[in-house]
Design a binder for this molecule. Structure first.
Ligand SMILES: [Zn+2]
Length: 246
């Protein structure tokens, strides 16, 4: 199929528009991972805070149990003390007395454990306080950052839609057969489907082009593709629009 300079210009114009769209799409695609990272940060701070709260509850529960243990030991010692005078034999008296001493000692040991728990509780409470402050701070920051990112996203989407109108108009000026080649190259991960010849080389892969190939490109009769990278080649100096030509 014969190619005109105008048809080639249309193809180059379409590529420019497509590249703009690609760049905007890249911006759009970059936003969701940033939003996800912010949310993950916040979740992490929240988890720290909740862990600290759970630690306090756990320590308080342990302390409560220990306090009941102390009360039980003290009650046993008290009850046994009242029974001492009822005991008839010296042997039984001594055994009971030893038992009372053991109960008092056990109560004392548990009291020491309670003191340690209270220290741990103080530490846990200050950790919980710090974690809560950190969470609130992160929550506040992420609100602002999320709003910024949402605005960025919606702005980029708006720009995309606007640019898409121009792109579709440029695409309408390209013949279906050329469009097929162009789309095929882009579809293979080469967004720069149309590349200029630069000093006898392919503008993309830099391979040295044969004089015969360059001659074919100069004729502007059909699409000529690079033998190495398969991109469409053109000579920019031949595509200067001629405004006077009707
Ligand atoms: Zn090439």
């Amino acid at each position: 199929m014969a190619l005109t300079k105008e048809a080639f210009l249309a193809l180059v114009a379409l590529q420019l528009k497509d590249n703009v769209l690609d760049a905007i799409q890249k911006e759009i695609d970059a936003v969701p991972p940033r939003i996800a990272a912010l949310r993950a940060d916040l979740e992490n701070e929240k988890r720290h805070m909740n862990e600290a709260k759970a630690r306090i509850l756990e320590l308080e529960k342990k302390k409560k149990t220990k306090e009941l243990d102390v009360a039980a030991k003290e009650e046993a010692a008290r009850k046994h003390s009242t029974q001492l005078n009822d005991l008839k034999s010296n042997e039984a008296y001594k055994t009971m007395q030893a038992e009372i001493e053991a109960e008092k000692a056990a109560a004392g040991d548990i009291e020491t454990e309670i003191l340690q728990l209270m220290e741990d509780l103080d530490k846990a409470k200050s950790e919980e306080k710090a974690a809560t402050v950190e969470f609130k701070k992160t929550e506040e920051f992420s609100k602002t950052d999320l709003a910024k990112l949402e605005a960025e996203l919606s702005h980029a989407k708006g720009r995309f839609e606007t640019e898409k109108v121009g792109r579709d108009a440029a695409a309408a000026a390209v013949a279906p057969s050329e469009m097929k080649v162009y789309n095929h190259i882009r579809g293979r991960g080469k967004p720069d489907a149309v590349v200029p010849v630069v000093a006898g080389h392919c503008g993309a892969c830099q391979i040295n082009l044969t004089p015969g190939l360059i001659l074919e490109i100069s004729k502007l009769k059909s699409l000529v593709t690079c033998e190495s990278c398969q991109r469409i080649l053109y000579k920019p100096e031949l595509l200067v629009p001629t405004a006077s030509v009707q």
